[in-house]
Design a protein around this ligand. Structure first.
Ligand SMILES: [Fe+2]
Length: 304
């Protein structure tokens, strides 16, 4: 099995790079890619870890880059990237956290005022403690704990961090919307950066954004020749969506990839469709030998 979409503590995952390798070894995954948001520090960690005694599979150097398209945020996965080229780019220099406690506090205050209007309960002294606390996550974690909010949150389709983020925080028609696209790169920047770094660009989890026009967006990226493939198999894609995307890639000659988008323990490493679809090597058979695997550099502390 494989898993080409994994996060670590370097972005918003719960586990260190070493812990991810240990988990991948336990699951006997043959190929993995660590794809932190706008961040490749996991590969710096790998220079410090005794990889070969921790994990017996192969690692494709990867990243997940955020971009803005038609006023919304999306993600692009890059695989087989040259880490030195990527490290010099503006988006990676900026890193995962490009916010401040003050900025998140003002967003949190705005979100609280929206809750007031909708009569959603929240903890009055709720606050941002570090720039790693995203206001939308802090608020969601709080309001979801109030039993009296259940009916209204259900009616708004808010069940977890992801539904709050995608269907409200990033959705212009929601009262919770915040325009967080000002500093985002565009799709041409992220795909050309991945290509400049010798990698392949895969449009990440198309059905996660909850958009009715997602297929026409994929059509546009394909017709413009800016993507190499699509992340067909993803933790949140159901069987029908996975089969549609696999068929789409076959029809138009795009490459396929798959990953769990692993962040926390309850996510199933090596599986899509909420643990029901095993990610096999066949998905990536036709391109995996065209990208380099990660190998510690000669400067590595462990492998001098
Ligand atoms: Fe991800």
């Amino acid at each position: 099995m494989i898993d080409l979409h994994i996060h670590t503590v370097n972005s918003d995952g719960d586990f260190t790079t070493k812990e991810i390798l240990e988990k991948a070894e336990l699951k006997k995954l043959k190929i993995i890619s660590i794809t932190d948001h706008n961040n490749i520090n996991a590969y710096r960690d790998l220079e410090e870890i005794d990889i070969f005694s921790t994990y017996s599979g192969k690692i494709i150097p990867g990243v997940e880059l955020e971009f803005c398209y038609q006023g919304r945020l999306f993600d692009m996965l890059g695989y087989g990237i040259d880490l030195d080229v990527m490290r010099k780019s503006e988006i990676i220099k900026r890193g995962f956290v490009h916010t401040t406690v003050d900025k998140e506090t003002s967003i949190l205050n705005h979100l609280k005022s929206i809750c007031d209007g909708l009569q959603i309960c929240y903890t009055q002294d709720l606050k941002i403690n570090s720039a790693h606390n995203m206001a939308n996550d802090v608020l969601l974690d709080d309001i979801i704990g109030y039993e009296e909010n259940k009916a209204i949150l259900d009616s708004l389709g808010i069940y977890d961090r992801s539904t709050f983020y995608r269907k409200h925080f990033c959705e212009p028609s929601s009262p919770f919307y915040i325009d967080n696209t000002q500093n985002a790169c565009d799709v041409y920047y992220v795909t050309s950066l991945i290509h400049k770094a010798g990698g392949k660009a895969f449009f990440a989890h198309p059905f996660v954004y909850g958009l009715d026009n997602i297929v026409s967006i994929i059509d546009t990226f394909r017709e413009e020749g800016i993507i190499d493939g699509i992340e067909c198999c993803h933790r949140k894609h159901n069987e029908e969506q996975i089969n549609f995307l696999l068929g789409y890639c076959d029809q138009y000659g795009l490459l396929k990839s798959g990953g769990s988008d692993f962040h926390i323990e309850k996510h199933c490493l090596g599986y899509a469709n909420r643990g029901k679809y095993a990610l096999t090597e066949e998905i990536i058979d036709d391109w995996v030998n065209d990208v380099p695997f990660f190998h510690p550099s000669s400067k590595s502390k462990k492998y001098k």
